[in-house]
Design a protein around this ligand. Structure first.
Ligand code: DON
Length: 313
């Protein structure tokens, strides 16, 4: 991990997201990594404790919450599990079912937020904060300036929500659904939080440090599956091929990857590529996956004696 940090510290490609003006204030030089094991060890490098907004990395966790509260059938009536291969903000529903394609794109995430919102709406936001705080291992909060900025500039998301209201996917409390979604995206985290949240998924729902059961394990495979197939939008296939781990990126510059039953990995670096994924985040995950043999279909760690034996064969 330290080697990967040093190798990519000087990589300066990409640009900070500006379509939400408040995100444009991020320090493009920031670069942090954290890796948490299911045994509760945490390894960190660089700006691992710099806070940023979770953005789309909230989506798999919100999907988990919807599955826990409503079960598979009711949740999947409102959102599919099919990769769209489109950008995160594409305005498209499955023409057959009128559902959004999956919970990782904005439309699907808004359908999920509509499900888990509460009345009054702050109760739903607090339930999300509480659950994420238990996964991260510390109390988390909303960045109110980012929330305001998201809300002022979020008309494309509102348009999707109204389209889904028209198609009977969400109920008429459209503003509340969108508020829940914007609030989730505006939650502040640092790399250690995200690594611990990812490790909680890897650890079948139990926080590796507090040992608290945070997530219902029966739905974790649902969440990891959509992370694997849809977590990086129109880069999802390439990601599955090159890194081979369930993952999720966000326009705040964060990215998480889950090594099932082993590790949670988090990288933060706010400069994004043309597909809105963190440039250094992708580079570090590729490096760690290749070096440690983390790809889901890897035979063994590259340095292992089994691998050596295979090569000799
Ligand atoms: O919906 C939005 O515009 C953002 N709040 C979240 C988008 C995001 O992080 C997309 N991910 N790469």
């Amino acid at each position: 991990m330290q080697d990967a940090y040093k190798k990519y510290r000087d990589l300066d490609d990409g640009a900070v997201a500006t379509y939400i003006p408040e995100l444009g204030k991020a320090n493009g030089g920031h670069f942090g990594i954290a890796v948490a094991t299911v045994d509760g060890d945490v390894f960190t490098a660089g700006d691992w404790d710099s806070e940023f907004t979770i953005q789309s990395i909230c989506k798999p966790f919100a999907f988990q919450m919807a599955l826990e509260e409503f079960g598979r059938d009711a949740t999947l009536q409102r959102v599919g599990v099919e990769p769209s291969g489109d950008a995160f903000n594409s305005i498209e529903l499955d023409p057959r079912t009128m559902r959004p394609y999956n919970p990782m794109i904005n439309a699907g995430a808004i359908a999920v937020s509509s499900l888990i919102k509460k009345s009054p709406v702050e109760d739903g936001v607090n339930a999300f904060l509480d659950k994420m705080g238990r996964a991260a291992g510390r109390e988390l909060r909303i960045d109110q300036s980012v929330l305001f900025s998201e809300s002022v500039t979020g008309n494309r998301n509102r348009a999707m929500a109204y389209l889904m209201l028209n198609c009977g996917i969400i109920d008429p409390r459209v503003d509340d659904a969108v508020y829940q979604y914007f609030s989730q995206c505006s939650m502040l985290v640092h790399c250690r939080d995200l690594a611990m949240m990812a490790a909680t998924l890897a650890n079948m729902g139990r926080n590796p440090v507090s040992k608290e059961r945070v997530f219902d394990f029966q739905y974790i495979k649902d969440v990891l599956t959509v992370m694997f197939t849809c977590g990086l939008y129109d880069y999802a296939g390439e990601w599955a091929y090159r890194v081979g781990l369930p993952a999720k990126s966000g326009v705040g510059g964060g990215i998480i990857a889950v090594v099932n039953r082993q590790l949670g990995i988090a990288v933060y670096s706010p400069k994004l590529d043309e597909k809105d994924n963190s440039v250094r985040g992708i580079a570090v995950c590729k490096e760690l996956a290749a070096h440690l043999g983390l790809h889901a279909f890897e035979f063994a760690n590259v340095g292992s004696s089994f691998m050596q034996w295979l090569k000799e064969e």
